[in-house]
Design a binder for this molecule. Sequence first.
Ligand code: F6R
Length: 238
Amino acid sequence: MNIIIADSYRQLSDTAAEIVANQIKNKPDTVLGLATGSSPLGLYDALAKMCEDGKIDFSRVRTVNLDEYVGLAPDHPQSYRYFMDKNLFDRINIRREMTKVPDGLASDTDAFCKDYDSYIDSLGGIDLQVLGIGPDGHIGFNEPDGHFTAATHVAELDPSTVDANSRFFESRDEVPKTAITMGMRAIMQAKKILLIAPGKAKKEILFKALEGDITPRIPASVLQLHRDVTVIYSDENR
Ligand code: F6R
């Protein structure tokens, strides 16, 4: 595992953007796994800037996102589809049909989850997966549990996750309590993983996940078993 301690959030984001840009230069039809939340915002700004400056070409890149709230329409301002369009996809030269975010309105979620995994498989898996880490150690919305869940599935959000995410909603009651999340199989089968963790609040859980026991009670701890993980931490938050 490659652990990078950045001096600032800006440096964390620029370092992460270099890693993504190199990946795309080496493989123009890269399959990128993407995360939402505040951690990757600086990364997405840096990628948008590189694209504007002609330093990176997304025309052949395919993306798959980790998760989406159940019940939120793609145009809901708190949906992850809306987040991705606004913070990245609308700012780069990627075609919308090359971007996938789980469908929060899928009527048959079980069938949707199976199809999502089949889609990822049909792309040959993920080349580079970007991850954040939640306060309880979640990755995607793989929450602490008695076991790891391999497949894409509907997850009940941990109360600490609902609390953390309520900052984006008018009230805690409005935060959806379930989400579709990529499971551990697609994440762990990614050829490379890039975990970005800005802010002192992430330090303790990050340390437990990377140095402690491998346990589904701290889902990110499974990353210790992956052969190519880069972690970028900065004391400074976004
Ligand atoms: C979001 C996701 C989550 C976040 C995590 C950290 O797509 O997969 O696991 O990465 O909740 O969120 P932030 O970055 O807002 O601290």
